[in-house]
Design a protein around this ligand. Structure first.
Ligand code: PEP
Length: 260
């Protein structure tokens, strides 16, 4: 648990982003094994974001566990002629609680810009899904000293259309993921990540007031069991969004145990 200055207590969190890894059968095997290992964990919220095809079966398997289900992406419309897409309503019906929005791989390979991300962000909230909004600079922007500028633009655009009085906004999750750190094996320096997290909290404070103290801010980018505590022990970092290291049962359990 981490605390906000206005008295809010934020539950720590580990989100596993499996990207396009694991068949449904492999995903089921993972959950069967891991749910036993983590059944005593109360301090850390644990979210698995598998490929869409595994959502239904994992939802059933997770029913009697403390693991929660997340989606890696979603469309912003309830339904329509959008071949290959999945709607927030469909996710909700499949037992999904969280939806990752604006992951840098979506921005880079699928052309998602801040305007699209904003539409998805606001749609997730309307359908009662909790958005996990990813923000972060690429290597070039980092070298140019533009980290805060980029993060500010991404965050404020996503928040533009939402009504700041809605309590659900306090539940949203922000993931600071420097693009250059994702999948590279080179994590950010924890003090740099903490400084960006504090900057994000200050932007949220300006936009949302006290509600901002409830928002969880995660770090993501080459997190592993050996370094996760270096991030989550910082004041404004409430957990981690983890890709590669979350794919192995034993390593996922180690990540969670390290945060407890
Ligand atoms: C991610 O996919 O969001 C991520 C942080 O990946 P990795 O942990 O592999 O860097």
């Amino acid at each position: 648990m981490t605390g906000g200055t206005a008295g809010a207590v934020r539950q720590s969190m580990v989100i596993a982003n499996w990207k396009m890894y694991k068949t449904a059968a492999e995903a089921e095997m993972f959950v069967e094994r891991v749910k036993e290992e983590v059944k005593a964990v109360k301090e850390v919220e644990m979210v698995i974001c598998p490929p869409f095809i595994a959502l239904e079966s994992l939802s059933r398997l997770m029913g009697d566990s403390n693991l929660l289900l997340g989606a890696q992406n979603m469309h912003w419309e309830k339904e329509g002629a959008y071949t290959g897409e999945i709607s927030p309503l469909m996710l909700k019906e499949s037992g999904v609680k969280y939806a990752i929005i604006g992951h840098s791989e979506r921005r880079r390979y699928f052309g998602e810009n801040d305007a699209i991300v904003a539409q998805k962000f606001s749609a997730a909230l309307s359908f009662g899904l909790i958005p996990v909004l990813c923000v972060g600079e690429n290597q070039q922007q980092r070298s140019a000293g533009e980290t805060e500028k980029v993060v500010q633009e991404q965050l404020l655009t996503a928040l533009k259309e939402v009504d700041e009085n809605r309590d659900i906004l306090g539940k949203m999750v922000l993931a600071y993921e420097p693009v250059w750190a994702i999948g590279s094996g080179t994590a950010a320096y924890p003090e740099d990540a903490a400084s960006v997290a504090t900057f994000i909290r200050s932007l949220l404070q300006e936009r949302l007031g006290d509600l901002s103290q409830q928002v969880r801010i995660l770090y993501g980018g080459s997190v592993k069991p050996e370094n996760i505590r270096d991030f989550t022990s910082r004041e404004n970092i409430d957990g981690a969004l983890v890709g590669g290291s979350s794919l192995k049962e034993t390593v996922f359990v180690q990540l969670v145990q390290a945060v407890r």
